[in-house]
Design a protein around this ligand. Structure first.
Ligand code: FES
Length: 76
């Protein structure tokens, strides 16, 4: 479903952005252009964002965990 007609942003694109770590409308606006023109999509985009954040998969959380808690690699 297209959420932002002005910038051709779909709910799928927002979901992918959340999977990459975005968690705010400011980040979506700055990176995808959501609600950056007429703003009519803001409420819908915010609802999609909220749903994505609430339904993040364990795999996504595991990936974040792996990124955050990687053991230090000593330089040779
Ligand atoms: S529909 Fe998203 S800025 Fe216009």
């Amino acid at each position: 479903m297209i959420v932002c007609i002005c910038n051709n942003v779909s709910d799928r694109k927002i979901r992918q952005a959340v999977d990459l770590g975005m968690s705010s409308m400011t980040e979506l606006r700055d990176n995808l252009g959501v609600a950056a023109c007429c703003g009519k999509c803001h409420t819908c985009a915010k609802n999609v964002l909220r749903t994505c954040l609430e339904n993040r998969t364990p795999a996504t959380l595991r990936n974040v965990h792996e990124l955050v808690f990687q053991p230090n690699i000593q330089a040779a």
